[in-house]
Ligand binder design. Sequence first.
Ligand SMILES: Nc1ncnc2c1ncn2[C@@H]1O[C@H](COP(=O)(O)OP(=O)(O)O)[C@@H](O)[C@H]1O
Ligand SMILES: CC(=O)N[C@@H](CCC(=O)OP(=O)(O)O)C(=O)O
Length: 263
Amino acid sequence: MNNKCFVMKCGGSTLAALPESFFADMRELQAEGIVPVIVHGGGPAISETLTKLGIETEFVHGLRKTNEAVLDVVEMVLSGQINKEIVRRIQLAGAKALGLSGVDGHLIEAQPVRNSDEVGLVGDVSHVNAGLIEGIVEMGYIPVIAPVGLGSDGGQRYNINADTAAGAVASHLGVEQMIVVTDVPGILQTIDGEKRVLPSVTVAEIEQMIASGDIYGGMIPKVRAAIQCIQGKVQEVVIVNGTESNVLSKVLKGQNIGTRIIR
Ligand SMILES: Nc1ncnc2c1ncn2[C@@H]1O[C@H](COP(=O)(O)OP(=O)(O)O)[C@@H](O)[C@H]1O
Ligand SMILES: CC(=O)N[C@@H](CCC(=O)OP(=O)(O)O)C(=O)O
């Protein structure tokens, strides 16, 4: 490939708050041949629509309990609403974007998670069609991916946590960096009664922080996905706040921002 890619996971918690400059930064990077491959979430919007439709929703160990009715809404909100919103914002910033979900072109093949008896139709990624992503990038488009996967038979859909999907895309593409954009400035730790952003953490430190309760809730799937993908070609995963100005360029230039998860 002529371009250098990085994977960017964009959380549902922060999408609405992303400033125009965030998308302009993306356009500048793409013009320099540094192309983001975007995997997005949309958990809050899914919950909102489920509630409007009177469908009950519940999370078990950070994963949404998913049946066919929930899956219809997950696919509608992620592939229909959020995916297109991101594509539109990138296009408005003057860059080219192409939205798809893990279903399109068998992009993300999934298998039931280990605790599927508890959570239902939730998937883990078994394969990513990296050639399709590379083709989209070579055509000059920024790929924007919704985390809905297909079973190997091509019939069953699965709801995939967006952090998990992003980590798997990063591993299969063999990129060096994954940037996780969320609503906090990094992994926070309370030191002397004050919350501070940790500039970098190792896998061992993360395990301790989960055990002590310093890392909880929505941060757990992020660090788990990070740990899984930095075993391979991915060198580091950086967690940042999307409202920080030109945050992507800053991370890619190696500036000290957010939390770097390293081996
Ligand atoms: N140690 C920690 N540092 C920062 N945030 C944490 C930590 N532990 C848990 N969190 C929570 O993780 C949240 C981010 O996860 P989540 O809400 O799922 O975001 P997203 O929609 O971006 O995936 C933060 O808003 C915060 O409440
Ligand atoms: C299995 C599972 O929990 N899937 C998530 C997919 C969206 C997601 O992960 O969005 P965020 O990144 O905004 O949390 C869900 O249904 O909410």
